[in-house]
Design a protein around this ligand. Sequence first.
Ligand SMILES: NC(=O)c1ccc[n+]([C@@H]2O[C@H](COP(=O)([O-])OP(=O)(O)OC[C@H]3O[C@@H](n4cnc5c(N)ncnc54)[C@H](O)[C@@H]3O)[C@@H](O)[C@H]2O)c1
Length: 430
Amino acid sequence: MTELVDRIVARKAKIVVIGQGYVGLPLAVRASEVGFSVTGFDLDAGKVSSLCAGVSYVGDVTDERLGRALASGFNPTADPSDLSGFDIAVISVPTPLVEGRPDLSFIEAAGLVLATHLRPGACVVLESTTYPGTTEELLAPLLEKNAGLTRADYFLGYSPERVDPGNARFSFEVTPKVVSGDRAESLAVIAEFFSLLVSEVVPVATCAEAEMTKLLENTFRHVNIALVNELARYAFELDIDVWRVIDAAATKPFGFMRFEPGPGVGGHCLPIDPTYLAWKVREHLGYSFRFVELANDVNDHMPEYVVGRLTHMLNEESRSVKGSRIVLLGLAYKAGTGDWRESPSAKIANQLSDLGALVSICDPHVDPSRSGDYASLLVPFSEASLRDSDLVVLLVGHPEFDPELIASNASLILDTRNILRGVEFTGEVL
Ligand SMILES: NC(=O)c1ccc[n+]([C@@H]2O[C@H](COP(=O)([O-])OP(=O)(O)OC[C@H]3O[C@@H](n4cnc5c(N)ncnc54)[C@H](O)[C@@H]3O)[C@@H](O)[C@H]2O)c1
């Protein structure tokens, strides 16, 4: 056993988590809960002061949990000198696309700040979603050059995150975590650390396998959502209820997995991660990853399709989109979260506003102070908001969106999530 494994088992290892967002904050709080000394580093001073004040902006971490972590020494900070003396650093920074290409500048910046404090015998784990090869081909040389170390001096690995914001059943702690290392000793350190945080760790042979595992998981979801989205469009034209078709197919006890149509995909994962994989395949092999490109095409066009359906519904009422009062239920990209990054609701709101509609949005999960340009459109979810509309569009299945209340107060509804199933209402289902 290495000395670091001993320190981990004894909870003596100093943990730092770079990036205190949807992924990094729950990890930091969990590590604190199991007894580690944890520093949560983020460049966003506003986030750090909110955390220091005990106010969490991540739904899966309650203020109570955060308060307990702070009381036991959790240290949110924007000061890089607080990283000194770390034993294990986990990097959970964004990996966006810029003009359709992976942007690894956040990982590079995190690597640079860590290199200053990387000592022999310490460990660095990349957790951000990225294309296969990033850990060993990009992060490792950057760490080694700037820390003046060789690979044998420290431990390195990759462990993807599977956090599903708002999922009450599969929290971070009970979701198996894939782990990898650049060599057996690194894997042993990283597996030992994460086994104290989650119920099960799943070791894989190489960092690239772990990196690709994450991309397979998200590409699988992306492609299957595109399949049902395209099916929903054709089923509507054929006058077949796609939801009843999916219900029936889902009774097959093997070989079928349920996916549901919707207004498009959002969040930090599905609209972005498959393109990381497609980029790697194109860049290194020269092939196009056709499944990913097709799924992108189908899912990207869903907001436009929803706007088309709304336009048609209003037309049937002898109304135009221009001047109609349209209430969107949900700005977040999925139920139970306030995260509206890449949200199809935002695209639909923009398209409707461009057409001259009077758009308002109800979303009890979105903090108005973190809703950017949409703050002025947010209204409470209430009978009055529903009544004061020509058309209500159900975009997100938040539990607060009471089907009876919506059906009895809205004059015309497009339900893109089949939330009103079993309730009588005037309107259509996607
Ligand atoms: N959100 C999810 O559901 C989810 C799930 C699985 C994987 N991921 C992946 O995890 C990674 C992080 O995603 P997220 O949703 O937590 O992002 P996020 O934007 O919520 O959080 C990232 C944080 O990193 C901070 N940051 C950026 N550069 C930094 C730096 N150099 N030093 C310190 N802090 C820095 C930002 O200020 C931000 O607070 C991404 O690669 C994402 O694809 C996200």
